[in-house]
Design a protein around this ligand. Structure first.
Ligand code: AMP
Ligand code: ZN
Length: 488
């Protein structure tokens, strides 16, 4: 598989550190508000990556943190803790909003068919591990204490800008105008590992530490939680592209300083979902959530398909018009699948060439839109039967997770329900006019017999007789049956 690796800024062959084991880490949500559909674009694409790796035969373990402490208003370690401002906004405790928005996040994920990672760990449950890591960094002289806080000293590294493409503008990431530069820092790029003092001293959650009562910086949690569950060698680290700097850059700095060797092989970054105002963001407000889409009548899986239609390394512009087009495509797709016969056995040998096409698409830096094309090719194919098509749809959907078979079965169920309701209506009508099914069948058979003998006058007489009773003949089928409607 070829993956674009931000480390090296190039497409690279994906080779896990150890055999076919893939250790994957995902930056989880900061749970001070609902996840917006931009955040969820990132989680959808990461989910496809994980599921594709499993589909392709890798043994994947995926870990995700929940950021419930230490993520400040600015990614440059200044401003108020986002959790605290969320708690103030809602007049609740930090732990109350953490619980509420963590549950809301997983409920959104469920609706979008995003699998829960094998391990999910909130930052607040790993404080001893963070403290240990910071102690080691201090021992190794990669960290220093200043003004009561512990900082990582980026000047100790040969190359801090590992992704190589940061500029002055990136350095300003998230820095708000009302936030002043932290004077304790020896270098502009140094970052906080542990706070005991900050401009905002009403931090709700604090823990005892060798440096006094305080709380961890944001970056330490991802390094520590990842190493705790996935060991010293990570294969893929995922996140939205805004996390590349400074968050992931800092994660690499402290993890490699702590471990003394290279830590993570591949950095998978998803580009942003944009709306008219630019990057969708929680702090700007006015963002869209899964619940809002549902309130507007959208199936969350149509949003998932919307994401899959474009490549994860391109910014994606959201508009309701674009989503409407995807809804039409989703409905057409599932209706087509509903028409596939359920009879017979799949020909797994014949299915292979289609699976190869699907694999080729995703091996090409997770090209999900080409993978969707491979799915359409299955439905269009002339050389495989319906059972094989259904088998392939089901197989591809292990990765795409668009709920295709379920949606198609639901269409079939609704069609059957509508047909049964229509039959019941017709039966009630026949009863009302005093004609039973058998008698009607005889009339229809006589009419067809007359037609067959080219006695059109007789055929028309029967047709008109039935019409008088309120039965309008609509179609003669090749199999000798006649369709009719109630004509009142
Ligand atoms: P947060 O909850 O703010 O920590 O962000 C959760 C994830 O969403 C991170 O991986 C971010 O990089 C990502 N993210 C934030 N905004 C967007 C956006 N507009 N589009 C795509 N991903 C985003
Ligand atoms: Zn992270």
């Amino acid at each position: 598989m070829i993956l674009y690796n931000t480390l090296g800024n190039s497409r690279q062959e994906f080779i896990p550190y150890e055999g076919n084991k893939v250790r994957m880490y995902t930056c989880g949500p900061t749970v001070y508000h609902y996840a917006h559909i931009g955040n969820l674009r990132t989680y959808i694409m990461e989910d496809v990556l994980e599921k594709y790796l499993r589909w392709a035969g890798y043994d994947v373990t995926r870990v995700m943190n929940i950021t419930d402490v230490g993520h400040l208003a600015s990614d440059a370690d200044t401003g108020e803790d986002k959790m605290l401002s969320g708690a103030k906004r809602e007049h609740k405790s930090v732990m109350e909003i953490a619980k509420f928005y963590t549950d809301a996040f997983f409920s959104d994920c469920k609706k979008l068919h995003i699998k829960t990672p094998d391990v999910v760990e909130p930052a607040t449950s790993c404080i001893p591990e963070f403290i240990h890591m910071i102690e080691v960094l201090l021992e190794k002289d990669y960290a220093y204490i200043a003004g009561g806080n512990v900082y990582f000293d980026t000047s100790k590294l040969e190359n801090y800008y590992v992704f190589g493409n940061q500029n002055e503008e990136d350095l300003q990431v998230g820095v708000r105008e009302d936030v002043t530069e932290d004077e304790n820092k020896r270098n502009k790029t140094d970052f906080v590992l542990w706070f005991t003092k900050s401009k905002f001293d009403d931090q709700e959650l604090k823990w005892e530490s060798p440096w006094g009562l305080g709380y961890p910086g944001w970056h330490i949690e991802c390094s520590s939680i990842s190493i705790k569950h996935l060991g010293e060698h990570l294969d893929i680290h995922c996140g939205g592209v805004d996390n590349a700097f400074p968050h992931h850059t800092n994660e690499i700095a402290q993890s490699e300083a702590f471990l003394g060797h290279k830590w993570c092989g591949y950095w998978f970054h998803v580009l942003h979902l944009l709306d008219k105002r630019g990057k969708m963001s929680k702090s700007k407000g006015g963002f869209l959530t899964v619940s809002l889409l549902e309130e507007q009548g959208y199936n969350p899986l149509a949003y998932r398909m919307f994401c899959l239609q474009s490549h994860y390394r391109k910014p994606l512009i959201f508009s309701f018009e674009n989503l409407d087009n995807t809804v039409i495509a989703y409905d057409k797709l599932t209706s087509r699948i509903a028409k596939l016969s359920k009879d017979g056995e799949a020909d797994k040998e014949a299915a292979k060439s289609y699976q190869d096409k699907f694999k080729k698409a995703l091996d090409n830096d997770l090209n999900t839109s080409l993978a969707l094309t491979a799915l359409y090719d299955v439905l269009k194919a002339n050389d495989i039967d319906d059972a094989t098509k259904r088998y392939l749809v089901d197989d591809f959907d292990r990765v795409l997770s668009l709920g295709l078979i379920d949606a198609a079965d639901e269409i079939i169920r609704k069609e059957q329900e509508a047909a049964a309701a229509k039959e019941a209506l017709k039966n009630a009508f026949l009863e009302r006019i005093g004609l039973n099914r058998k008698e009607l069948g005889e009339h229809l058979a006589q009419r067809l017999a007359a037609k067959a003998q080219k006695d059109f006058a007789e055929a028309d007489r029967i047709r008109d007789l039935l019409l008088e009773k309120g039965i309008r003949i609509t179609k003669d089928n090749k199999d000798g049956t006649t369709e009719w409607e109630i004509n009142e």
